[in-house]
Design a binder for this molecule. Sequence first.
Ligand SMILES: Cc1cc2nc3c(=O)[nH]c(=O)nc-3n(C[C@H](O)[C@H](O)[C@H](O)COP(=O)(O)O)c2cc1C
Length: 361
Amino acid sequence: MLRTRLTERLKIAYPIIQAGMAGGVTTPELVAAVSNAGGLGTLGAGYMSAEQIRFAVETIRRHTDRPFAVNLFIPESYQENVEDIQAMNRTLDTFRNELGIPNSPEIAKAAEPFHEQLDAVIELKVPVFSFTFGIPDSAVMRRLKQAGIYTIGTATTVKEALALEDAGVDAVVAQGSEAGGHRGTFADKAETALIGTLALVPQVADAISIPVIAAGGTMDGRGLAACLMLGADGVQMGTAFIASPESGAHPAYKKALEAATEEQTAITAMYSGKAARGLMTTFMKRMSSYPGNVPPYPIQNALTRDIRQAAAKANRPEYMSLWAGQGLRLVKPVPAAVVVEETVRKAVEAIRNRIPNADPS
Ligand SMILES: Cc1cc2nc3c(=O)[nH]c(=O)nc-3n(C[C@H](O)[C@H](O)[C@H](O)COP(=O)(O)O)c2cc1C
């Protein structure tokens, strides 16, 4: 039941991918729990070193013999402007003072080197490699293919989906504007590429011939059924797994998520330099009137890291990044396997029962 091209090819029971969520949510335990339940768990490894990836993958493999994915960020070139960084640091220092941490700290490196992360992924022969923020170059795509790794790219427009298909990826995540976390947009401005899942998925499905995975707002079986009707071969769910006990999200983050409602998210570039959807926080509100240039990703991400970490330690969610999609009222603090099983059960029920006597006449 619910077999699609994706489930057949990946040898998974259900067309449900748990999104890679960098920053600690996707523990090896969460990834393995989803894969053991018949979905595809994903390690969000965007902020991990190669060594951390190796350790996490070994742990996943100890907990499951089913397929799983590792997700990385495709690096983009960026300009480093010292004045912009200094000006941003002056404003960020007001948060640092409140948290009692040193002002304007030195940043050793803005991001983990992609080529080292990728080497680990290839060497470990992970079954599935998913990515966002761009397209790997042709040499990287060749290496992934040679290693027999299934690749999944992220698109927020039809143009991006076509570019991914042209580059030889095996499947495309169509990320609607409801989605929590970073926008995967790489070919357009993030502000213009805010297409809702309902509008994006069928347009992507019409444009490309490889499998389409709908992301953004799928929280239960109704969402899965709807996405399959739109032409998707599967769904990628992020927010729905954050409050699960296996998730590594901070307790205050889980609590905030469970209490939040659909109008309480916003898209901001203030945490990382790149547009991302999360619960509206005091940090976002105060930074929304920032008058200067926000340094690009990954610089801004590195500049706010100490603040986010100190806030987590001090249990101050108002200064943490609380990435979340718009399906907030449907978040449940249940084990990941229950999210998968219930989503499948309710999708089958919805498909069978919603309009049992549908008839064109
Ligand atoms: C906390 C969080 C972190 C995320 N981190 C990543 C990431 O590292 N890589 C990625 O490809 N997508 C990431 N995403 C986006 C998801 O892949 C997916 O598009 C999104 O969760 C789907 O929308 P939903 O949250 O409404 O289910 C993240 C989403 C969330 C909520």
